[in-house]
Design a protein around this ligand. Structure first.
Ligand SMILES: NC(=O)c1ccc[n+]([C@@H]2O[C@H](COP(=O)([O-])OP(=O)(O)OC[C@H]3O[C@@H](n4cnc5c(N)ncnc54)[C@H](OP(=O)(O)O)[C@@H]3O)[C@@H](O)[C@H]2O)c1
Length: 295
């Protein structure tokens, strides 16, 4: 299923005709501070997106609740008409309160409105992949996802969505979801220091389902670790590159969507795909997430 290239190889979504380079891009950082309003530097945001696509990235992760609306509008402004093969993966299931809070938006009407908002703001007739986001930011919550997922399955049937994924879910929710519609990817919180999904990732790999970790670099609290730093020094790389290379080597079904508002960081992150970590370095990094020794 995977093939090594300088973007970390590629992965074909289960049962889907979509092949993604494993190194993608997450657009959340393109909105303003606290993912609210426009960025301070719109031209800079546009430059990051164009550079990503020029470098061969063919997966951009977004949502219409980033900004809200801002990130999708910037993607459209920077890249529309979209080049062949570019896959924009969006998510629904939340909205922003006036106080910038993140609120579940999983009712039938909220989901339908969110799909139409994404279509309009991205300038698309059909969304390639839509993740249904349930649960909390730091992890899944128990409970059925049948009602909201059934709405997405209907919208897929109507031709507004090509493929469906899930975000912030556990194994039981995935299994429930698979009885409703095909699930091509799961997007949960995971990185070298946060490894609750270790077994889940292996299960998904066995089923040919992509696992797309959000906060691969630690998100709002970027990863800081003397072990990452030591590995980086030995490889003449940066700690962020090591964190991304660790994910690429962790499992072939992991696709990366690191977020950045900076062309410099984007270029740095792309180079992580060419970094080879020895088994000794991997073992040392593994101890970060297993709570062994010092961060
Ligand atoms: N499903 C969900 O619930 C959910 C939740 C959160 C995020 N997401 C998705 O996941 C994507 C990735 O998450 P994220 O952007 O929040 O977190 P992230 O990729 O873990 O980290 C982004 C942070 O790291 C910094 N950074 C990036 N590259 C760097 C580098 N080479 N050196 C130093 N700092 C660097 C960025 O700052 P600079 O801008 O200065 O580079 C930013 O502060 C998002 O874009 C979004 O699409 C999904």
């Amino acid at each position: 299923m995977t093939k090594r290239t300088d973007l970390g190889g590629s992965f074909t979504l289960a049962g889907a005709s979509i092949t993604l380079n494993r190194m993608g891009y997450g657009a959340m950082q393109l909105a303003g501070p606290e993912v609210w309003g426009p960025p301070r530097d719109v031209d800079g945001a546009i430059a990051v997106l164009r550079e990503a696509v020029t470098a061969g990235i063919n997966q951009i992760d977004t949502s219409d609740f980033y900004g809200p609306h801002v990130t999708n509008q910037i993607i459209k402004r920077a890249l529309h008409p979209y080049p062949n093969g570019l896959v924009i993966v969006t998510k629904v299931g939340a909205r922003r309160g006036d106080d910038k809070s993140w609120i579940h938006a999983l009712s039938r009407q909220e989901l339908i409105d969110a799909i139409h908002d994404n279509l309009r703001n991205l300038g698309l007739d059909k969304l390639d992949v839509v993740n249904l986001r349930v649960g909390g930011l730091m992890g899944p919550s128990e409970g059925s996802i049948e009602e909201p997922l059934t709405v997405l399955a209907e919208l897929k049937h109507q031709g507004l969505i090509r493929h469906v994924g899930l975000s912030n879910v556990n194994r039981e929710q995935l299994a429930e979801g698979q009885r409703i519609t095909e699930i091509v990817c799961v997007q949960n919180l995971y990185n070298v220091a946060h490894r609750n999904d270790d077994d889940f990732i292996d299960d998904l790999a066995g089923q040919g389902i992509a696992y797309v970790p959000f906060f691969p670099l630690g998100g709002f609290s970027p990863l800081q670790s003397s072990k990452l730093q030591a590995a980086a020094t030995s490889l003449q790389a940066t700690p962020m590159q090591v964190a991304l290379a660790w994910l690429l080597q962790r499992s072939p079904n992991i696709l990366l969507i690191p977020g950045t508002s900076s062309v410099k960081h984007l270029r740095e992150n792309l180079k992580a795909a060419t970094l080879q970590l020895s088994s000794e370095i991997i073992a040392n990094l593994d101890s970060i997430g297993k709570g062994l020794g010092q961060l």
